[in-house]
Design a binder for this molecule. Structure first.
Ligand SMILES: CC(C)(COP(=O)(O)OP(=O)(O)OC[C@H]1O[C@@H](n2cnc3c(N)ncnc32)[C@H](O)[C@@H]1OP(=O)(O)O)[C@@H](O)C(=O)NCCC(=O)NCCS
Length: 144
């Protein structure tokens, strides 16, 4: 039996990894799908960039710019009406940059809930000042 159709939440990919915090929750709408009815990968990428940016800006105590998408994996499709949650975790803080891991969980079929990890990605953000120039990130001994 497929554990993703039972409502069981114990499947290895049905929840975010330890250390990840919820930063964003969105429900995709019909305008977000392409002609064959699947969700645009670009929609997910945009939300992931926003979610990772929220996490990075908290760590950087201010404005950040995305400098790199280091890795991006689409594991499962997302459908219109899924409740899509973005969990983020700081992987590394550098002098001016923060690397964030984002995991995306989709919850569907409220009558018999199914929860699936659909996407994961790693992005690097650079802390910038009001002029858009890089700046140093405040030291935080508690942060990775
Ligand atoms: C982000 C930006 C201000 C960085 O300025 P820069 O002077 O070129 O920065 P540097 O090359 O010195 O790198 C700054 C930090 O980013 C890191 N970095 C740069 N390129 C990277 C890459 N491809 N992958 C991972 N980290 C990278 C560096 O290691 C450095 O980190 P550290 O200080 O923690 O060691 C500049 O590149 C920029 O404005 N880019 C456009 C950002 C943007 O518009 N993003 C939205 C996409 S449309």
């Amino acid at each position: 039996m497929n554990p993703n159709t039972t409502g069981a939440r114990s499947h290895a990919t049905d929840h975010a990894s330890p250390g990840h915090s919820l930063v964003l929750r969105v429900v995709p709408m019909p305008a977000d799908v392409h002609a064959n009815g699947d969700l645009f990968g670009g929609w997910v990428m945009a939300q992931v960039e926003i979610a990772g940016g929220i996490c990075a800006a908290r760590r950087a105590r201010g404005r950040v710019a995305t400098v790199a998408v280091n890795a991006f994996q689409f594991r499962q499709p997302i459908s219109v009406g899924d409740v899509v949650s973005f969990y983020a975790c700081i992987e590394r803080s550098g002098r001016t940059s923060v690397t964030v891991h984002v995991e995306v969980i989709a919850e569907r079929n409220p009558a018999q809930p199914v929860v699936v990890k659909v996407t994961e990605a790693t992005l690097t953000y650079v802390a910038i000042d009001d002029s858009g120039l890089k700046r140093e990130i405040p030291v935080d001994p508690a942060a990775p």
